[in-house]
Design a binder for this molecule. Structure first.
Ligand SMILES: [Fe+2]
Ligand SMILES: [Fe+2]
Length: 279
């Protein structure tokens, strides 16, 4: 084990965080369960967006236990948060962070602070409003409300939104005040991993963890039929080769010092890192 020299009194090892994008249905859960136990010792804290973990729609106890059993410490949600009604029995669990600005009436918590090694890590789940349900509360005001609290440590925001423009604008507005803003919801990973001018780590979308040959996790057959004909058709969680999309962060003194995309498929012997940026 590396020990810092005594001249570096006060030396603090970076806290390593892995954020796994929208885990979609059983294929997504299975890939997390198969892979995460092999790599979880590389991370101090693992977050997964679980809004699609139960059959593509919401979160239930089985899905929560599959993820936490594999090594996930906290889960975030999104616009599908309430799709599976079992969620209402689970929201007392402090590991579940539901959308902060979904509804003033919502049970559970929209942000939570966790102690991770030498650091505090505050996880926030925010919903966007562009091409989303306009009834959601203003995400700027919601995040300002969180930032009024003390001892938040590094603030990690899962900004669950459709439009890349909305994700960029909110992130630049809070640049330097939060450690990271990583987008979710589109299920397509973006290659814009970077630090904003005042130090916030950013990526428009983490991508999903689910079947590759699919309509963002759902079976192609039913999805194409609906789009081609305009007629209703039952769609199901796709089956086949899956991919895990994640973002890995290193945090020191509440600031991100390194951000890198991380992917894994069953074809890989190990995961693949790409797009590493340091500051
Ligand atoms: Fe999703
Ligand atoms: Fe979503």
């Amino acid at each position: 084990m590396f020990a810092p020299p005594s001249s570096l009194a006060g030396y603090r090892r970076a806290v390593r965080v892995l954020f796994i994008g929208d885990v979609f249905g059983k294929p997504g859960r299975s890939l997390v369960a198969a892979h995460l136990p092999r790599v979880k010792s590389n991370y101090d804290f693992i977050i997964a967006n679980a809004e699609n973990a139960a059959g593509g729609f919401g979160l239930n106890r089985e899905a929560l236990e599959a993820l936490t059993g594999a090594g996930v410490h906290a889960v975030t949600l999104g616009n599908h948060a309430w799709d599976n009604k079992e969620i209402f029995k689970l929201l007392d669990d402090p590991r579940i962070i539901r959308p902060l600005n979904a509804s003033l009436e919502a049970p559970g918590r929209g942000w939570g602070t966790f102690t991770v090694g030498n650091e505090k890590l505050t996880v926030v789940n925010l919903l966007g409003r562009v091409f989303m349900n306009p009834a959601y509360d203003n995400p700027y005001n919601a995040l300002e409300g969180v930032l009024e609290h003390r001892d938040l440590g590094a603030v990690f925001v899962d900004f669950h939104a459709e439009a890349t423009s909305e994700k960029a604008c909110l992130s630049y507005h809070f640049d330097g005040r939060v450690a990271a803003v990583i987008g979710t919801h589109t299920h397509v990973a973006t290659a814009d991993t970077r630090f904003l001018p005042l130090g916030t780590a950013f990526q428009s979308d983490s991508g999903m963890t689910g079947v590759i040959d699919s309509s963002i996790g759902m079976s192609l057959e039913g999805s194409i039929y609906k789009l081609r004909t305009g007629l209703p058709m039952k769609t199901e969680v796709a089956l086949g080769r899956s991919k895990l999309n994640a973002v890995a962060l290193e945090i020191t003194d509440s600031k991100v010092t390194k951000i890198v995309r991380y992917t894994y498929t069953e074809d890989d012997a190990t995961g693949v890192f790409e797009g590493e940026v340091r500051r």
